[in-house]
Design a protein around this ligand. Structure first.
Ligand SMILES: [Zn+2]
Length: 218
């Protein structure tokens, strides 16, 4: 896709995060890789008012083009594009169940096989640091080691993908898993899948290729 197309898809994805219940107001942010940098949603503007022209280009040195400031979490996006060549889109959200679980600062274990949609046998919770800081970006990159999604302590979630559709679908999936895990914990201690059972799921997901989390679900 060329830049005008990416601007259009990115602003539409930001609106989708509100429609799908992942974000409210100006919370969260979305980006897509472009040339030697990325396009990201602007700082402080409500997601459901975003237009293609308001998307901000940021290069890998963190220099923003245009007059609008990029989202305060641009470092997380920049560092992911630098460290992970396969990542072409990043979705960050303050979705209700992910935020609630992130305040417990615990990883989500293999209570359901779809946990493997994030790339491993658990979904980690990144450590806490003030929003917008390099320290927070460092925590998130560590929690995303060999993973495509993580929680962020007392904050929210991050999901990455080879495209905006895949990253958004995974963010929706993780939010739903958080809701399911919370409900199961209300009733007792969930029985966890074994390492062998999760190995089989991960193998099956690999076999089905690099499609989005939703497509990988059965
Ligand atoms: Zn945030």
């Amino acid at each position: 896709m060329n830049e005008p197309e990416l601007r259009a898809v990115l602003s539409k994805t930001a609106r989708q995060t509100v429609i799908q219940g992942l974000n409210q107001g100006a919370s969260g942010n979305v980006s897509v890789r472009l040339r030697d940098g990325f396009l990201i949603t602007p700082s402080g503007l409500p997601n459901d008012t975003l237009e293609p022209a308001l998307m901000v280009f940021v290069d890998m040195e963190g220099q923003a083009g245009g007059s609008l400031k990029p989202s305060s979490e641009w470092r997380i996006h920049r560092d992911l594009y630098r460290a992970r060549p396969e990542v072409a889109a990043v979705v960050h959200a303050h979705s209700p169940h992910a935020v609630s679980l992130s305040c417990l600062r615990r990883d989500i274990p293999a209570f359901h096989y779809m946990v493997a949609a994030a790339g491993g046998k658990d979904i980690r919770c990144a450590g806490y640091a003030t929003f917008g800081t390099q320290a927070l970006s460092d925590w998130v990159l560590a929690a995303l080691q060999d993973r495509r999604a993580c929680l962020m302590a007392n904050h929210g979630l991050v999901a990455v993908g080879a495209g905006l559709d895949a990253a958004l679908a995974l963010a929706v999936e993780v939010e739903e898993l958080c809701a399911q895990y919370w409900r199961a914990k209300l009733m007792g201690e969930p029985v966890l899948l074994s390492d062998a059972e999760m190995d089989e799921v991960l193998e099956r997901f690999r076999h089905y290729g690099q499609r989005g989390a939703k497509q990988a679900g059965a």
